[in-house]
Each structure stands twice: as structure tokens, then as C-alpha cells.
Design a protein around this ligand. Structure first.
Ligand code: F3S
Length: 277
């Protein structure tokens, strides 16, 4: 960049959450061939790096010919784990400990005779993995769905880790009308929320925001959306997409990354803006 370099500020919290970092590190340090059911993470650059290390994403166990299977951070149903073991695969469990906790909580509520209600997206792999550990689970996402439920002797409630707290609380209030005995587990992980709060706070005090992460990453797109409501924002995947014109006349730039964006990409972008590209 030929113009004056603006001051670059990194969001107080950005990039990989604990569970994703753990899963990627586990995959990188395991020797191949390694398979994952679905991409380990929604970031093309990390996926390319993993592929170089022999980590391949497949859609079903039928595509796996020996090797190791890494369970992704949001977990999988037990039936798939047993099937993989039956097929002679070594299973490496990278389920995020917070997700594991939800699975265990739901399972013990179910064993204690509670009707388990999972608040989350029915088609999300994390919810599918939780539901698999429960007897006749009810999955719901909206207040209207909760209101339409009948009455139950006992209800146990857990949430998909990425649910919004406001809507979780509202649904829990509704569910209380449907039983006399209710157990509610606090299973929301605030890693995403902390990234969002830090990004918004930064967007308030800079002239332009750069949000880094996969175009296929839902949480990165959400971050970009939140920031663009506050200040001019550009969502990019890699430093090569930076354009000098974005920084002309600007004195401050904020940078953040989604929960699936690795530190090395964020760092590269910060350095390029600071020292020219
Ligand atoms: Fe785990 Fe929370 Fe990340 S549940 S995978 S640390 S968003």
C-alpha cells in the first residue's frame, strides 16, 4: 500500500473457539489417512492445509477405506461411532468438551425419566448427536413450537451450544407452563457471543472493519453483518483480497475473524495492512 498506513486494531476476542482449535490441532497431529464426516471446519484455507496432511472429508462411512475417523467438534451419534469401530476404523474423538457435556446432561435427564427437550436446529449435526443419546427427544427452535407442546410429567431442557440466550430463556419460560417438574441445563457456549460483542465494540471505534473467514462460515458472515450495521465492513478470506482503496484517508482499521478462522490468516492480514500489500 502506498498511502499512509492506518492504525490496525484486532478485536479483543476473535478467531478459533476452544473446541475448533482443539479439533484442528488433533487432526494436524494425527498421522493419515484420516477422515472426517463432513468438513472439520468451515474454512477453505484450513481445509487445504488439512488435506495436505492427509485429512479428507467424506459424506458417509462407505467412502472410508481404513484409517482413522476424527469426530468433529459438534459430535456425532453413537450409532456412527459403533459402525466406524465395526468397520475397523480408529475413532479419534474431537467432540468439543462443552458439546460432550450437553450430550451427557441430556442422556442423564432421559435416564431419570425426564422428557428431554432440545432447543436447537433439528438438522444440525450437534443436535442430531445429542438427540441420539435420548429416549424420544423433542427438538424445537421457536416459541410457537414450545407453546404447541402438550403437558408432561417432567421436562428436562438442554440447548444447542450456539443458541441465543434470549430465545432460550423465552422458550424455557413457555415450557414451564407444560409441566410441574422441570430441569433446565445451562448449556449455551458463549464463545460465539464473545466474538460478536468484541467485534461490535471495535466496529464502534474504527473507520473500517475487515472481517476474516470462510465465505461458507455462518458465524463469520454473521460477524460481518453485525459490523456492517455499524461501519463500512469488508468480509475477506485471505490477505490477497485486500484493496488499497478501502483504506484511503482512513486512520483506523478494525480486524476480526470468525470462530473457524485460524490465527495465522488473521495475523497475516493485520501485518499486510500495517506494512503494505
Ligand atoms: Fe465448543 Fe463453544 Fe466452540 S461449544 S466448538 S467452544 S463454539
Amino acid at each position: 500500500m502506498n498511502i499512509h498506513e492506518p492504525k490496525v486494531v484486532l478485536a479483543k476476542k476473535s478467531g478459533f473457539c476452544f473446541g475448533v482449535k482443539r479439533a484442528v490441532d488433533l487432526a494436524l497431529k494425527t498421522s493419515g489417512p484420516i477422515f472426517t464426516l463432513g468438513p472439520l471446519i468451515h474454512n477453505p484455507q484450513v481445509i487445504a492445509r488439512l488435506e495436505d496432511k492427509g485429512v479428507r472429508s467424506v459424506e458417509s462411512l462407505d467412502q472410508v477405506e481404513g484409517g482413522r475417523l476424527i469426530i468433529r467438534a459438534h459430535g456425532i451419534p453413537r450409532s456412527i461411532v459403533s459402525e466406524a469401530e465395526t468397520r475397523g476404523l480408529t475413532v479419534i474423538d474431537a467432540t468439543c468438551p462443552f458439546v460432550r457435556k450437553v450430550q451427557q446432561t441430556a442422556q442423564s435427564m432421559s435416564r431419570e425419566g425426564y422428557q428431554v427437550v432440545i432447543i436447537g436446529e433439528a438438522n444440525h449435526p450437534e443436535v442430531i448427536g445429542i438427540a441420539d443419546r435420548v429416549d424420544r427427544p423433542i427438538i424445537l427452535e421457536t416459541l410457537a413450537q414450545a407453546a404447541a407442546l402438550g403437558r408432561y410429567l417432567r421436562i428436562g431442557v438442554v440447548a444447542q451450544t450456539t443458541q441465543s440466550e434470549e430465545s432460550y430463556r423465552a422458550i424455557v419460560r413457555e415450557l414451564k407452563k407444560h409441566t410441574k417438574a422441570m430441569k433446565v441445563a445451562d448449556t449455551i457456549c458463549n464463545a460465539t457471543k464473545k466474538n460478536q460483542e468484541a467485534a461490535k465494540a471495535l466496529a464502534e471505534r474504527v473507520e473500517v472493519m475487515i472481517v476474516v473467514g470462510g465465505y461458507n462460515s455462518g458465524n463469520t458472515r454473521r460477524l460481518a453483518g453485525l459490523c456492517s450495521a455499524i461501519v463500512t465492513t469488508h468480509h475477506i478470506e485471505v490477505a490477497g483480497e485486500l484493496q488499497a482503496v478501502w483504506f484511503e484517508g482512513k486512520t483506523s482499521v478494525g480486524v476480526t475473524g470468525g470462530a473457524s478462522t485460524p490465527d495465522w490468516i488473521i495475523k497475516d492480514i493485520v501485518e499486510r495492512i500495517e506494512h503494505g500489500f
